[in-house]
Design a protein around this ligand. Structure first.
Ligand SMILES: Nc1ncnc2c1ncn2[C@@H]1O[C@H](COP(=O)(O)OP(=O)(O)OP(=O)(O)O)[C@@H](O)[C@H]1O
Ligand SMILES: [Mg+2]
Length: 357
């Protein structure tokens, strides 16, 4: 029952250890039918801890309970059982909400408002003064590559452009905790790559990010830790680097090998009992081919009515002072398989930058 759910959450009360922004202990959510019988067990006995400044990936197939977990952390849905603390308070606390940015899995935008008006609307909800709103809106529209189309009603935007508005909206209040549900869905590979770099940069600035996605490359590139859900439960969790490390093989990467040399290498390995050995030409990632094609079109002067490439994370999104002081210089996240960084950077530059140089 809804009232009982709320009572459980309040009776337990929140407690959060230092340096931890989200704690879930034994959290369950059962959706009930008209007669209040449990109909769907969306989340079951979930334990989760997200530390300050980390990028945490929540993965799982459709219906595994990711969005329900996010909604409970946001205080939009009450848990049936268990305890949740967010930034040291209850999820429904107004002071908590002020420090959270949320990009929902569906873009709920007012179609008749322009991108600029949409951001202004959310800025007003957070009671930001007009000069700060103006400054942040300019910077965020630049960041997501929509500054040239900021005056157009968002109903005219493509799905990926609407996701970009959603991401800018989630950052207007300079949140400590950023919760992103499928941030790159509907985005082209250049935009998705840029959003991954922005998320990584926000993490380096000390923001805490909860990233829920089906795009496993998003996760591989930016997440510090991940959890994989199935049937409402976390099936595995841990540091991304540890979970992805393959223990049972070694890769030796060389320039293209002459077949005779490859044969000698095989013979040496065979003498040491290493068998089987696979020698093959590695494949390029489709992402790098795609980026190259788009770059060629741009270099040929082909114009687009869509979003521009976008820019860097604006300065007002600073994160905590300590994190800024200790953060290494911002580097774009490198996907496995080696994408050409010069190419990426040239794509992320705006055409006007080229014209000016
Ligand atoms: N308001 C609701 N009423 C009834 N059942 C719900 C409700 N919201 C979610 N569910 C059910 O809870 C389960 C988990 O849903 P949830 O949206 O959390 O999954 P998800 O992991 O986010 O999936 P996806 O990858 O498709 O977004 C599903 O079986 C879903 O049908
Ligand atoms: Mg979902």
């Amino acid at each position: 029952m809804a009232t009982a759910d709320a009572t459980i959450e309040h009776a337990a009360g929140p407690t959060t250890p230092d340096g931890v922004d989200v704690t879930c202990v034994g959290v369950s959510k059962w959706f009930r039918d008209f007669w209040l019988r449990p109909r769907v067990r969306a989340v079951e006995g979930l334990d989760l801890e997200i530390r300050r400044g980390e990028i945490f990936g929540l993965l799982g197939p459709n219906g595994s309970g990711k969005s329900t977990t996010i909604k409970m952390i946001l205080g939009l849905v009450s848990p049936t059982a268990g305890r949740i603390a967010v930034l040291g308070r209850r999820p429904r606390d107004v002071a908590t909400k002020r420090q959270i940015g949320y990009l929902p899995e569906e873009s709920y935008l007012y179609g008749f408002l322009s991108a600029r008006e949409t951001l202004d609307f959310y800025g007003r909800l957070f009671r930001l003064p007009a000069p700060i709103r103006r400054e942040r809106i300019d910077r965020l529209l630049e960041m997501v590559g929509l500054d040239a189309v900021g005056h157009r009603p968002v109903r005219e935007f493509s799905k990926g452009m609407q996701r970009r508005v959603g991401l800018a909206q989630a950052l207007i209040n300079d949140p400590q905790l950023l919760i992103l549900d499928e941030p790159t869905s509907g985005m082209d590979p250049v935009a998705a790559r840029q959003i991954r770099d922005l998320i990584a940069d926000l993490g380096r600035r000390g923001k805490t990010v909860l990233l829920c996605t089906h795009q496993l490359s998003d996760v591989e590139d930016v997440c510090d830790r991940i959890a994989i859900m199935f049937g409402g439960r976390i099936r595995t969790s841990g540091r991304c680097a540890e979970l992805l490390a393959e223990e049972s093989a070694t890769t030796i990467r060389t320039p293209p090998l002459d077949p005779a040399v490859a044969g000698e290498v095989r013979a040496v390995l065979a003498r040491h009992g290493v068998d089987p050995v696979t020698v093959e030409r590695p494949r390029r990632r489709l992402e790098s081919v795609f980026l190259e094609v788009v770059e060629q079109a741009r270099a040929a002067g082909v114009t687009t009515s869509g979003a521009q490439a976008g820019g860097a994370v604006p300065d007002f999104l600073r994160g905590t002072d300590e994190a800024v002081a200790t953060a290494p210089a911002a580097q774009p996240a490198q996907p496995a398989g080696g994408v050409d960084t010069d190419l990426i950077e040239s794509l992320l530059r705006k055409p006007t930058d080229d014209a000016g140089s």
